[in-house]
Design a protein around this ligand. Sequence first.
Ligand code: 4H3
Length: 252
Amino acid sequence: MKIEVVTLFPELITGVLKYGVLGRAAERGLVSVGTCDPRAYANDVHRTVDDRPYGGGPGMVLKPGPMLAAIRAAHARLPEGSPRIYLSAQGRRLDQRGVRELAALPGFVLVAGRYEGLDERIIRLGIDRELSVGDYVLSGGELPALTVIDAVTRLLPGTLGDERSSVEESFDQGLLDWPHYTRPEVFEGLSVPGVLSSGNHADIHRWRLGQAVVRTWQRRPDLLLAHGVDPEASRLLDEHIAARERGEAEEG
Ligand code: 4H3
């Protein structure tokens, strides 16, 4: 997977990529992340990349020339079929399905804006898709770009120590995660649920799936509607609802 990030602050990207799962994936050559600074393509002595907005108002807008040159240079380093993606609140909202689609590509360019954003002609001439990481506004596209890189990289084969860890995650089935526990068995009066120490893997799987589907139903019912529920999870949810109606349900 080859990724290029167009950014005025390349060190924001490279700094984060040294650590943890991302750092290891880069070291092992599973992903390569390059950066391209539009300032390198500015042609005046001040290396100007922004200018005042036509129509007036506060803030500055990124000029077409340097930004487009940087996007084209970054794109030229990537394999055929690598889209140019602009991170913005106007984009399609990213979800785990979108992450899987990106992980199947040979590569992509991520364009991080700053200030009031890009001159619209950069988007017309140099962007294939706009992508949003959520319905809120940030001061730059670098954190969304890193979010995309992190979510995609952990799906690449060989990235996670345990190959199952990304597939087995409940989110992959459209469910929120189940609760996790480690030692000690009792902490400040709170015990680890007994089933997790039972050694019965079928019971453990059922308990986790039940926790995941009940939590999703309680906290994010929209996910259940959008994704559907598999028959086993659906039965576990029905059992929980029936128990609740009998007054037997646990907290949560
Ligand atoms: C992405 C980018 C929110 C998101 C962003 C998101 C700064 C885009 C600048 C940058 C423009 C002005 N905010 N929700 N901000 O994914 O280039 O907004």
